[in-house]
Design a protein around this ligand. Structure first.
Ligand code: GN1
Ligand code: MG
Length: 338
């Protein structure tokens, strides 16, 4: 690590890993000159780390010019002026550490509304930014056709024992293929637009701050999957992660319960900044957004379980199956809101 610190000219007094996110490794760094977040990019998944770097920088430049007061995780350059560092086969970048905290579940409607406003605000503030400038850091990331196709392959070519043991989950997901059809109808519609989309709006990707007892969401983080995309990705992943007081890791399915007041807070928070942006047809798919993302995540977790956890990894045997069953229950609970 010292060699990386030297590239930034940091005199580091302490550093520690932050256990967050399933894909990248993240460290909190204290230096003589402020605190930073240093993160390696998992380049087995993100095959073009330079595309992430380009995207964040092009947005960063736009915001610095047009909205200099917007709180954004601008990249920190090395002494030589690079914002992406290659070292011993790995890729690293740094951000100034923002004073705030992330939550993995939310316990009140105010938090939900605040978080939804932050994600909506991110897309809204970039509404005049030319979205085609962004590169696809993960091509077809939220393409539900691709995710369904990967699931279809996994149930044939995957681990035979695991396939046999998960018949019920497999048939649940296969029987809900209508969500793929709705997705195709949605993306082909003339009133549907691609905008700057975060694509990973799980709730731990918003930072909160408490001031004088009032909790506020202050900014969005984890911008690796910011690409051109559809609003259903961002609204959907919020539905997936902030309506329930337990996370995708919860094994006790009785605890997977969806709160309708939180759903209303999410809708209100998001539309507060995005209602004039969305077409009527898009607005009509607000509820579908949650189905789309919860279903896709269940497909992804189960496919990974059947493929021996090659993508997400597993800290214990069957973790991706636990996540799958959790997401299936979440989808059932979510559908009861309607
Ligand atoms: C991954 O690494 P993290 O936690 O930010 C995944 C998301 C999933 C999420 C599920 C690049 O995100 O799509 O929703 O896990 N990111 C990638 O927890 O696959
Ligand atoms: Mg992420």
């Amino acid at each position: 690590m010292q060699e990386i610190f030297n590239l930034y000219g940091w005199q580091v007094s302490s550093y520690e890993p932050i256990q967050q996110g399933l894909i990248n490794s993240t460290y909190s760094i204290q230096t003589n000159n402020g605190a930073y977040i240093l993160q390696s990019i998992n380049h087995k998944i993100f095959k073009k780390p330079a595309a992430i770097d380009d995207n964040i920088n092009v947005i960063s430049n736009y915001l610095q010019k047009h909205h200099p007061n917007y709180l954004f995780t601008h990249l920190v350059p090395t002494l030589k002026g690079n914002t992406l560092v290659q070292w011993e086969g790995g890729f690293y970048r740094a951000f100034p550490k923002i004073d705030g905290y992330a939550l993995s579940v939310l316990d009140n409607e105010n938090q939900v509304k605040e978080a939804a406003q932050q994600f909506a605000g991110f897309t809204a503030i970039l509404k005049n930014f030319e979205v085609n400038q962004l590169k696809d850091t993960l091509p077809d990331f939220h393409n539900l056709n691709l995710r369904y196709h990967q699931f279809s392959e996994a149930i044939i070519k995957g681990n035979t024992h695991r396939i046999a043991d998960t018949k019920e989950a497999i048939s649940f997901l296969a029987s809900h293929k209508k969500y793929v059809d709705i997705y195709n109808h949605f993306i082909e519609h003339a009133e549907v637009k691609k905008r700057v989309t975060h694509h990973d709006t799980k709730i731990s990707n918003v930072l909160f701050q408490k001031k004088e007892g009032i909790e506020k969401a202050i900014c969005v983080i984890d911008l690796d999957t910011v690409m051109a995309g559809y609003f259903i990705s961002d609204v959907g992943d919020m539905c997936r992660t902030c309506l329930c007081t337990v996370s995708e890791e919860e094994k006790d399915l009785n605890k997977v319960v969806v709160d309708s007041a939180k759903w209303k807070a999410l809708e209100k928070g998001y539309l507060h900044l995005m209602k004039d942006e969305l077409s009527n047809f898009e607005r009509d798919h607000f509820f579908y957004a949650g189905q789309f993302m919860i279903y896709m995540q269940a497909l992804r977790f189960l496919s990974d379980h059947l493929n021996n956890d090659v993508y997400y990894g597993a800290k214990y045997e069957g973790q991706n199956l636990v996540r799958t069953l959790n997401q299936i229950r979440l989808l059932e609970q979510y559908n009861q809101l309607n």
